[in-house]
Design a protein. Structure first.
Length: 139
């Protein structure tokens, strides 16, 4: 059994964004030389997410609108968390809904995706460097 680990770093200038990280994750898989196993990809920050879905701009706009309806950024005073001096209470809630990580099977050296599936990094409190962990185990 082999193991591979790499951190992907992001600095999103906007407060929120969805970034297709499938190409970077595929590059990690290639570097690992693992052909059968499991890949874990997770956000290493509590106001960011990693999730799998379709790479379709309308869907991403729907996510943006839906998440803002569920947990609007303003007024920031509505979140008890923001009493700490931060203004990202909504980002914590958005991350909770979108999830921390994904696990993908690796078969014959490829991510074993269903139709249209891609891996995305979801940023909900941008403006500073954040990282995503890619961990691969297998043979």
């Amino acid at each position: 059994m082999k193991s591979y680990r790499k951190e992907l770093w992001f600095n999103v200038p906007t407060r929120r964004a969805f970034i297709n990280i499938t190409p970077q994750v595929n590059e990690c898989l290639k570097e690992s030389e693992i052909t059968d196993g499991l890949l874990l990809c997770n956000a290493m920050h509590i106001t960011a997410s990693v999730f799998i879905n379709d790479n379709e701009s309308g869907l991403h706009q729907d996510y943006e609108r839906w998440l803002e309806e569920l947990a609007p950024h303003e007024p920031v005073s509505q979140y008890l968390h923001n009493r700490t001096g931060e203004d990202n209470g909504d980002a914590h809630l958005k991350r909770q809904v979108m999830g921390r990580e994904v696990v993908v099977a690796i078969t014959d050296g490829r991510l074993d995706f269903g139709p249209w599936e891609q891996i995305f990094y979801g940023e909900f409190d941008g403006g500073r460097r954040k990282r995503v962990l890619v961990k691969i185990i297998g043979k």
